[in-house]
Design a binder for this molecule. Sequence first.
Ligand code: C5J
Length: 222
Amino acid sequence: MAVVQAEPYEFELDPRAAALVIIDMQRDFVDAGGFGEALGNDVSLLRKAIAPTRRVLDAARKRGLLVIHTREGHRPDLSDLPENKKLRGRLETGIGDKGPMGRILVRGEYGHDIIDELKPAAGEPVVDKPGKGAFYATDLDSMLHNKGIRQLVVCGVTTEVCVNTTVREANDRGYDCLVLEDCVGSYFPAFQVAALDMIKAQGGIFGWVSDSQRFLAALAKS
Ligand code: C5J
């Protein structure tokens, strides 16, 4: 056990029962020239999370934590893309269309894959998810259950969408989530603050919020 200083109060980390989950650090969201930027977003707000996440990833690997990566995307035939997700935004170039890095959010395309800085190591599971939450229509829950995981250390993008949705889904399945605030990012600064406040708040979406330094310090002592 190791105590991580966190909000709303300390998080008791059990490294044997904890997994690092890195959400959707895909080129199309994070890299310059990808879909996110083509929509007019400032990707530097997401890219701030890369260096601290890399440090957490290195430490987690060294400590033997289960590391899981997720990617949001769809089958090439788009049979798992709901009409409402396709139509939302009235985009001229949206999911499934040819974007700057290949077909947007389609599995197998360059832009859909994880950025080079956080490339999964051999043997680390990559969960392909069609929705915002990492549990919806995936085998994540059974993988975690089979490995005896009860705690998730969460990094990735975006804080208010796929990170928050995944934390909510994890809550309902009995996992405790520690979200590292410098390792998650949003294109919208106000959403970043609100999404983290919601996790810290008592009684709602329930998780803990800390940062990479406090997590790494606790992990080193465990
Ligand atoms: C994620 C999104 N990963 N915002 N997706 O948050 O559509």
